[in-house]
Design a protein around this ligand. Structure first.
Ligand code: SAH
Length: 213
């Protein structure tokens, strides 16, 4: 596993492209310049790692497009030390970006193969999420709630009801909602009882699947 100056150069170019596409958060851009995305993909696909594209990983899933990762992270308006629950660990790339922004990250994955693989990878790379959980993110993680933010990285056909209750007042739930493509949606919790909903355009994610058993 190598990270070279060439990779760093490609990351800088990617970050510059994300600036052109409207990403302004300095911590997010710094994370994009730092996290070696090529190591989160199977070897042999290095050439694709610093294009602004989603890419297949194990278990028919995808590593999200860098722009999407940056956009979702920017919506959280993170400050160091905030807690974030990520739903859909996948390759772990989004997790690493959150960690680089100083968040305390809890992350859930429902595909056993990916959960095992990415958990090992975190250890190898010395990434330290607070918890990496195998399970159904539809339910959130009630035993660790509330969180400053919840970030869903798969397309939710509808809003999973359990999640809003696990967000702190002042915090947010960022979730792409829709069947075939999704509208990026943020729910800001303005009080115990009230949420302010904003929509941020169309994205395309692999589906958020609910465990039926
Ligand atoms: N954040 C990831 C994106 C992976 S794609 C990355 O940066 O690579 C979305 C992931 O969500 C997939 O790995 C998929 O298995 C997972 N997923 C789908 N439904 C889920 C659920 N109900 N609970 C937890 N993870 C889920």
């Amino acid at each position: 596993m190598k990270d070279t100056l060439k990779h760093k150069g490609m990351r800088n170019q990617l970050a510059n492209l994300l600036v052109e596409k409207g990403i302004t958060d300095r911590a997010v851009l710094k994370a994009i310049r730092t996290v070696p995305r090529h190591l989160f993909m199977d070897s042999g696909f290095e050439g694709h790692a610093y294009q602004d594209k989603a890419f297949p990983i194990a278990a028919d899933q995808t590593i999200s497009q860098p722009y999407t990762v940056a956009f979702q992270t920017q919506l959280l308006q993170l400050r160091p030390g905030m807690t974030v629950l990520e739903i859909g660990t996948g390759s772990g790339y989004q997790t690493a970006v959150l960690l680089h922004c100083g968040a305390k990250v809890y992350t859930i994955e429902r595909q056993l193969e990916l959960f095992k693989k990415t958990n090992l990878f975190f250890k190898k790379m010395h990434y330290r999420p607070k918890k990496v959980v195998f399970g159904d993110g539809y339910k959130g993680l009630p035993e660790e709630a509330p969180f400053d933010h919840i970030l869903v990285t798969a397309g939710a056909p509808e809003l999973p009801k359990a999640l809003l209750a696990q967000v702190k007042v002042g915090g947010s739930l960022v979730i792409p909602i829709g069947e075939n493509d999704q509208i990026m949606t943020r729910f800001l919790r303005t009080s115990e009882k009230a949420f302010e909903k904003s929509e941020y355009g169309n994205f395309k994610f692999v589906p958020l699947l609910e465990n039926k058993n």
